[in-house]
Structure formats: C-alpha cells, structure tokens
Design a protein around this ligand. Structure first.
Ligand code: GLY
Length: 368
C-alpha cells in the first residue's frame, strides 16, 4: 500500500539514531532517557525486551549485523533473570517475545526457542484457574489482573503454535475473555487494574493504577487494551477480540486532542498543562494498523488514517531529531502521579513508533 514521503524520512532518522545509540549503550537495558542519555535497568526489569526488540525490527529491514549481535547479547544476559526468578511477573511476554522469540522467528536459533518456551511456562504458571485470569505482579497482589497483561499473552499463543500443545493458548483465551468481561466499560474505555477474589474469581474492585483516578482513562492502558485485543484476534481469529480492539480504539480516537498526541490520561483535569504520553500514541497507532489490516478496506480506513495522523504528529512534535538525545520520541510519561519519568523518551514509546513505521512501509511479519 502507498505511504506518504515523511514515513521514509522518519524511518531513516530513527534507524540512524538506533545505530548511534547502540554504539554507546551496546547490550544494556535502557528504559528512560534522562538528560539525553538512556539509563540501564536491572536484569529482571519488565521493559528489558524493548531494546533488543528495537534492534531486531531495524535488523529485519536493514540486515545491520552489529545490531543483531547486540540483540543476541542482550538475550543471553537475560538468562540470569530466569534464575533470579523473584523479579519476574506477568510481563515475561514483553521481555522474551521481543528478544528470544524475535530471534527465533528471524534466525531459527534453537536456544532462543528454548528461552521463549521457558518464559511461556512461567506465564502459564501464573494462571488462576477458579478466576480464569493471569495474576499481575507478585507478593500480596494475588487477586490482581491488569490490562497491560494482554500484551504478554501472545507469548502463550506462540508457545501453542510452536509446540502443538493447546494448553498455553487456552489460558490466553480465558484470560482475554475475563478482561473483556471486567475491564472494558460501556463507553469503550478500560480500567487499568481489577482485583478478583483469588478463591472464587469474583470481581472485588477496580483501581485507577497509573492513571489519574478510579474511573479515569489512562491513555497507555487504553493503548495496551487496543493492541492486546487485536493481537489476540491475530492469533485466534475470534471476532470478539477484534470488536473489542475497535471499541476501545473508537474511544481513543474520539478522545484525542487536536495535535493527536495523547495526554497521559484522557479524563484528567485540563489545566492547560496536560501531561503528554507519546508512548500511548505510538502503541495505539501500531495497533490501529493491525486493526486496519484485519478489516475490509472501507472499515479499516478510519484506523489507518488515525494511525498515520498520530504517527506524523509524533514525528513532527515529539521526535528528538536535532539533538544528541538518545531517545527517539520525547514526551513519554510513566504514570500520572509520578514526577520521575514525565515528558521524557521511554524505550517502549520508541519501540512502537519504529514498529509502526515498519508496518507503514509494508512489513507484515509480527513481532508478537
Ligand atoms: N505498567 C506498565 C506500564 O507502565 O505501562
């Protein structure tokens, strides 16, 4: 499909920046860029898949072997996180889909397949059978589930596709159905966190989580829902997941401000100083391209147009092109009520921006 000229410009600038940043940070684990330099997280941090994922997305298109070597090194280092174990939780999909599974899909490396299956077994082991949900985090949060987890369950679908054993995929469907029932509100917005009774699985209460308040609409949470549901559709072809992605997607598009860069929360006080979250924009835009691809052309056009508009605005209004900033997109925000990680580049914002550009340029292979 034809795409506008700015897309190649944005792609070339982004991959140039990835190359330059890779020369400084190598096989480290960037999360936030503070004062222009990416930090380096502990080995079990949930975002550790995004840097190798970004390297694989670039490598898949340009064959730059130096990027591949760094991605492989990150993946090998992450083996320590398996043994440390206590730091791991529902986000093992983010961690190993974008590192080991990406490697396996691109190169066929058998060690990468083993790592992906090990991570899938850890994720499946978090399933609460009475409640039919995958529990979030650790410690006393035994009844908690969160919307972000929808992005992790493609690891389970991959494990079933890879092994021919349907157990993983069964868990993924049950979890997605539980979230569809309890997280998606009648207006198309979603909760961030819901607590269930871990013995019976009954709904206990919802929490505002990283958004403004209970009942508000944390924009990245909306993006996780849109992206997670369309990925569930891509793996299962179950229409209810595509319909859910469209519904939350309509809410997201209707809530966008004029510049198409989401605020951190769509339902927070607008005092003229809206905290932006470019990461929600890039994650949702990438998902919109999948929704568009799943729909007949005239239905999908709404989502394709929204994705192009958002990505162009991110490129023009948030791209850190003229400085030696290591991040690609500025204006990412971790959580509404937190000073740290506000209006800065965040690695997953960069990842989804580049993933979406690759899709606009015609790439159809999924990283999920
Ligand atoms: N809870 C993961 C995130 O910040 O989106």
């Amino acid at each position: 499909m034809a795409y506008p000229a700015w897309v190649d410009e944005a792609w070339n600038k982004s991959t140039g920046k990835i190359r330059r940043t890779s020369e400084r940070i190598g096989a480290s684990f960037p999360h936030l860029s503070i004062d222009g330099r990416y930090d380096d997280e502990t080995i079990d941090w949930w975002t550790n898949g995004f840097w190798p994922g970004l390297l694989w997305v670039a490598y898949r298109e340009n064959g730059d072997e130096s990027l591949r070597r760094i991605a492989e090194e990150c993946e090998a280092k992450m083996d320590k996180a398996f043994l440390d174990f206590y730091g791991l939780h529902h986000d093992v999909g983010f961690m190993w889909l974008l590192s080991a599974v990406a490697d396996f899909r691109i190169t066929g490396n058998p060690d990468s397949r083993r790592r992906g299956l090990l991570a899938a077994n850890l994720l499946a082991g978090r399933f609460n059978h009475a409640g039919r949900y995958i529990r979030a985090w650790n410690d006393d949060k035994v009844g908690w589930a969160i919307i972000d987890s929808l992005m992790n369950i493609p690891l389970l679908h991959w494990a079933s596709e890879e092994t021919g054993d349907p157990r993983f995929s069964q868990i993924a469907r049950l979890h997605a159905d539980k979230l569809l029932e309890h997280f998606v509100r009648p207006d198309g917005s979603v909760h961030h966190i819901v607590e269930f009774d871990p013995e019976t699985g009954e709904f206990v209460q919802a929490f505002g989580g990283q958004g403004y308040a209970l009942g508000s609409a944390w924009s990245r949470g909306q993006a996780w829902a849109i992206h997670g549901f369309v990925l569930s559709y891509n793996h299962t072809k179950e229409r209810r997941y595509l319909d859910a992605a469209r519904r939350v997607g309509h809410f997201f598009i209707a809530s966008l401000p004029d510049d198409s860069v989401p605020p951190c929360d769509f339902r927070c006080p607008n005092d003229g100083l809206w905290i932006k979250d470019a990461t929600a924009g890039s994650c949702a835009a990438s998902a919109f391209l999948d929704i568009a691809a799943a729909l007949p052309e005239l239905d999908g056009a709404l989502f394709r147009r929204a994705a192009e508009k958002m990505l162009r605005s991110l490129y023009e209004n948030c791209g850190a092109w003229d400085s030696d900033e290591e991040g690609i997109l500025t204006k990412g925000t971790m959580a509404y009520h937190q000073e740290r990680g506000r209006n800065v580049p965040i690695i997953y914002g960069d990842y989804f921006f580049v993933e979406a550009l690759a899709k606009l340029r015609g790439e159809t292979r999924s990283m999920w």
